[in-house]
Design a protein around this ligand. Structure first.
Ligand code: MN
Length: 129
């Protein structure tokens, strides 16, 4: 039985964080596409159908909250989980993350041992809806 590779999109302005996400997820057999800012991400995703979109909240110009709202307006992404990767895990920030339309969040800095499972869980839950 073969399972097709899942595509993860990661929109994050910090190159070191992007590299880490790519390295950890590719080692687990994911395809990963990245963007370094919200504008680039919005442009790229027009022609993609990722299985999950991971977004950084703190980005210059267009932040992750605004980005999530824009992603939610894209019909072809209906049902695709959007997950914030954020160091802001105070109660108010969590609520803001969900209010913006995120399906959940993963705490930053990522735990490289847990990260692939955390991502897999969001994909699995989306596909069983
Ligand atoms: Mn950032």
């Amino acid at each position: 039985m073969t399972e097709e590779k899942k595509l993860v999109m990661c929109i994050e302005d910090n190159p070191d964080n992007r590299t880490l996400v790519v390295r950890v997820l590719m080692a687990e057999g994911y395809d990963v596409v990245t963007a370094g800012n919200a504008k680039e991400g919005l442009s790229l995703v027009r022609n993609l159908h990722p299985d999950v979109i991971l977004i950084d909240i703190n980005m210059p110009e267009i932040d992750g909250f605004t980005l999530t709202a824009k992603l939610r307006e894209m019909k072809h992404l209906d049902g695709v989980p959007v997950v914030a990767i954020t160091a802001n895990v105070m109660k108010g920030d969590r609520e803001k993350t969900f209010a913006a339309g995120c399906d959940g969040y993963i705490q930053k800095p990522i735990n490289v041992d847990l990260f692939p499972q955390q991502v897999a869980k969001f994909i699995k839950e989306a596909h069983t809806l």
